[in-house]
Design a protein around this ligand. Sequence first.
Ligand code: HAM
Length: 431
Amino acid sequence: MTDEKVDAMVVRAPKGTHDVLWPESSRWEALVAAFAGRARRGGFGLALTPVFEDARLFRRGIGGQSDVVTKEMYEFTDRDDRPLALRPEGTAPIVRAFVQHHPPVPWKAWYVTPAFRYEQPQAGRYRQHHQLGVEVLGTEDPDLDVEVIALAAGFYADLGLRQVDLAVNSMGCADDRPRYLAALGEYLGRHAGELCDEHRERFSVNPLRVLDCKRDACRAVTEDAPRLVDFLDDECAAHLARVRTGLDALGIAHRLEPRLVRGLDYYTRTTFEFSATALETAQNAVGGGGRYDGLAEAIGGEPTPGIGFGIGIERLLMACDAEGCFAVAPPPADAFVIDLTGGEEARDLVDGLRRAGLVALRAYDGRSLKAQLKQADRSGARFAVIIGTEELGSGVVTLRPLREAGEQQTVARDEIVARLSEMQRNAEMTR
Ligand code: HAM
């Protein structure tokens, strides 16, 4: 590779990743705050875990045969040859933290995290994406499944999203699965010639993946495939029925989707996926999750049931754009201090304003009045506070409205913080 090509790559975010800068990032801030509020009201606490883990955690937790582990994981060894991986998802690390620290159950954690998957980038699919999620460990009560699904559904509604489809299924439990897999394998074997190129030869490795395949050929075959819901034992069937009754009771519209198996192998019983139907891209799942009652044990902990979901932030914001909702404008600064006397006044005044809880900006490098005014205008601040030599001598400042009608005024230097605070309170009351 030529030096020029390397130079160009060094100053560009890696393929499939992106920067989120202000003002777009103010939307992210508002989104995380809205989710944190919902999570807190549901009794969830924030959990932070490392962005990389022992790679074997994901192999054992997500499943050694899954695409996420075999094709998409960012794996590396550190300088001491430890096998590590960047987290491809948020659930296995949270369950690992639960097994390590054994907090009292039910343990309810929420998180916001980047996730890394080596996928072919396209609209709504990235190599680094970000997830908001929750996990609950320690109870198999189906009412908790309802609570978790309701949290996600309520969050979408908070953002103003209307066109969200909720599909629900049950993956059954360890006892149901072999009977079902045998029936599905036998059915797919009879239709192998009609499957897509990828699954024609390989369907028997993991027949469930064929249900997940979005290609027309596989969709047509699986239309009439045996359904997992028809193979559930009495307990799993009752669990699913209770979840669906609970969703109905809370007015959460949903449909049973017998082919919903999801791409991670840890799921048992309830699985669900939210799709934004306003998105025309193939990647329209804006969140998904389910139960993983065997995951804690699979990674070496005590058997502990669990359930949660992950919501992709990028896709969620794409869905908001498609529906024209959750357009967050960054709040304007309260004041831009223009100091023509050397900078000490601006230094002290922005500090005073910020201590009073106001958003205060200023120019640097002793720029001219014209340059500072231009910067103040561009900043979107509500007022310019101007301090020239004359004002300094008389102990006053000039207060000039930048965004609303009104005359500029002279205000005593030691009253300006109180005056701007009062104006900000009034503006907030009328908002
Ligand atoms: P997941 O369905 O793989 O589940 O991902 C959750 C969400 O993350 C998806 O619905 C989608 O919105 C977003 N997402 C996934 N991959 C990408 C990508 N490459 N680019 C952009 N967005 C993406 C999980 O990760 C599970 N840990 C969810 C869960 C939590 N299950 C139980 N608890």
